[in-house]
Design a protein around this ligand. Structure first.
Ligand code: ES4
Ligand code: ZN
Length: 326
């Protein structure tokens, strides 16, 4: 079979996906119309043309603006269902999806509307595709720790349906240590922990995520490669890195996909995985990410299969379920 069929046929888990980042311009326009919201773009083409970013903040400004069309539980259901249908068609068997409640509650959208829409889509993905999923409640790091605590309090009635907390948005200037107490509170409630670290921020932020937030996975982690001791530690403890090649290229974390460090990570013994991050904004879903980096770096089928195994091994599924996928 050709490489594309091989990648699509490989059973995969997706561990780093912002559900708001899966909002395709077509659905953005449809929801704007349904909700009577005016978009600052005349057409789907104009929206896509605006997706040229030179750093993370450039992207985030447009990403938060796009999310303004999401108002009702039906909107969140439709958003997530579009992602699950697409992911299932390209071999994703399990997805751990991040959502940013503050992006919505700060606009007056009730937390219940957001999470109930996502949960109903997750149930439908299971029924329709046999696909399992989990929710990661992500705190916006450009906001305060108090705001994160308020978000965790809002989530209280649904904590049995939330697997982990995460940390995303503008990294530089908002180190993990800012959220030490709220992550400890989440851990005490039995939640797993992940954090974006080392996407634009320095290796010190990866150390803080490990030592102060006690994370179970590092999202991105690219800049950990600048610190040999940190690499050795991440490898020794088998810490999963959720790497996002097309995102890295679009946000200029790497200048050229041909220089992407994914295979260097594997060679260093790091538990790297491949993920789509914000597929509607970065030009591809998870299979596109495997394919693009495979072609740019000349990855072997063994390496691609290793990445897919790493994705299940790094998931929050029970050990016996992980074993059944690997
Ligand atoms: C994000 Cl790529 C990335 N980094 C940090 N925060 C985010 N939120 C959505 N995508
Ligand atoms: Zn991300």
């Amino acid at each position: 079979v050709d490489l594309e069929a091989f990648v699509r046929g490989l059973p995969k888990a997706e561990l780093h996906l912002h559900i708001e980042g899966s909002l395709e311009p077509e659905l953005m326009f449809a929801l704007a119309k349904r909700n009577g919201i005016a978009l600052p773009y005349p057409s789907v083409e104009a929206v896509r043309a605006a997706y040229a970013f030179s750093n993370l903040q450039d992207f985030l400004d447009i990403y938060y603006a796009g999310a303004s069309v999401l108002l009702t539980r039906q909107d969140f259901h439709d958003l997530a269902m579009a992602y699950f249908d697409r992911a299932a068609a390209e071999g994703v068997r399990h997805a751990e999806i991040m959502f940013d409640p503050q992006t919505h509650t700060d606009r007056g959208v009730p937390f219940a509307e957001v999470i109930e829409g996502l949960l109903s889509a997750m149930a439908e993905a299971q029924a329709r595709h046999g696909m399992t999923s989990a929710l990661i409640l992500s705190f916006l790091r450009h906001l305060s720790q108090d705001a994160a605590f308020a978000t965790l309090a809002m989530a209280e009635p649904w904590l049995d349906r939330i697997t982990a907390v995460g940390l995303d948005s503008s990294e530089v200037g908002h180190p993990p240590r800012k959220f030490e107490q709220v992550f400890a509170a989440a851990a005490a409630k039995g939640l797993k922990r992940v954090a974006h670290a080392g996407e634009e921020g320095p290796p010190a932020y990866v150390y803080e995520a490990l030592d102060l937030l006690h994370v179970d996975r590092i999202d991105h982690g690219n800049r950990a490669l600048e610190d040999e001791d940190l690499v050795a530690r991440l490898a020794a403890q088998g810490m999963t890195l959720t790497v996002c090649p097309l995102s890295n290229h679009k946000l200029c974390v790497v200048d050229d996909l041909a220089d992407h460090p994914l295979d260097r990570m594997l060679a260093l013994g790091l538990a790297a995985t491949v993920n789509s991050d914000d597929p509607a904004y970065f030009g591809g879903y998870v299979a596109d990410n495997y394919l693009a980096v495979a072609r740019a770096r000349g990855l072997s089928r063994d390496q691609l299969a290793q990445l897919a195994r790493n994705s299940f091994a790094g998931s929050f599924l029970p050990q016996e379920v992980i074993a059944s996928h690997i």
